[in-house]
Design a protein around this ligand. Sequence first.
Ligand SMILES: [Zn+2]
Length: 380
Amino acid sequence: MAGRMLSLFISLLILQGCSNTDNPGSEYYSPDDYTSVPKFNSHVHLHGDNTTYIDQSVDDNFKLLSFVSSSPNRTRQISIIDQEKHTLQLMESYPEDLFLTTTLLNPYGFNEEGWVEEAIAHMDQSFKNGAVAIKIRKSIGMEVRKPNGDFVRIDDPKFDPIIQFIADNNITLIGHIGEPKNCWLPLEEMTVGGDRQYYSENPQYHMYLHPEFLSHEDHISAVENMLEKHPDVRYVGAHLASLEYDVDELAKRLDRFPNLAVDMAERISHFQYQAVTDWQKVRDFFIKYQDRLIYATDDSNYGPKPYFGAELTDQTLRTDQQIRDATTENYQRHWKFFTYDGVMTAPKLPDMEFRALNLPKEVVDKIYLENAQIWFPGIL
Ligand SMILES: [Zn+2]
């Protein structure tokens, strides 16, 4: 019954969407245009066989870029090669809607002989199999160490031939390097509920507890050095390139590196947090950098991560209907933030209100689709 109600609701949205699209005079989208506008979610993690999340995304007019994971939690269960195979199989069922990002075969083998050659051979095969991007994860900078104990950084010369190979193949490099600045703060001082939830569950990545590790600034400067060395690689900084805390800081790097764009995965609440106190600055940032911002959520196939204090904190326990509801609810809240003209709230920002950005259609089309088509040419 609930499913039928939802499809009726979606049909209504589509009908209303059409009537709005028939009115091209308006410079802004309305909430009703949500379903009719084609969109791309450039950062999701699809593991396992449940396709409910993909189906809801497709119903909501999203195409998806799926990441395999080199996180030890994941690879202990399923190897990277098997994760890739799984995604490639899924892509056969969703040939128009699903795309693959690969990752380093074995970041933890950095010190082993032949590591560079092995990494390049694996990338070569993945690109031939259809991967449109490769993601390097925060294990570089936070987990992998050299024999002398120093953390391996993305600007290490050993990465140069790897990054050159990516550039030569016209593949996009996605970097999740470092963490949000909140990671270096105690839980109670963190600005948004999403971070509080994540670091309470993942103390191994909570840098406030590990002061001997690299600083937030160290991670940012490692990426800057790498981009200085490789102006010909197309680089997408995942999670707002870990510069989520201040649009001015992000703007500085976007000005300095024309080969840099950023995905918004799991960091939209940081824009909203800044909009609480300086809405105009956040909106001006979106207008000025409209060609460099790419919509993404970081969802898994169980849907978006629960917010701190959510009723159901383990997303893996969601029923299919709960996956569908959580997914479209989260997507539509983001749509509202970008398009709506008025005040709104979000569960990751308890007790706060902020004004939605009310961006012109042209900007909305770029952040939801056109920028992804430019920064990930393989999805065209
Ligand atoms: Zn992710």
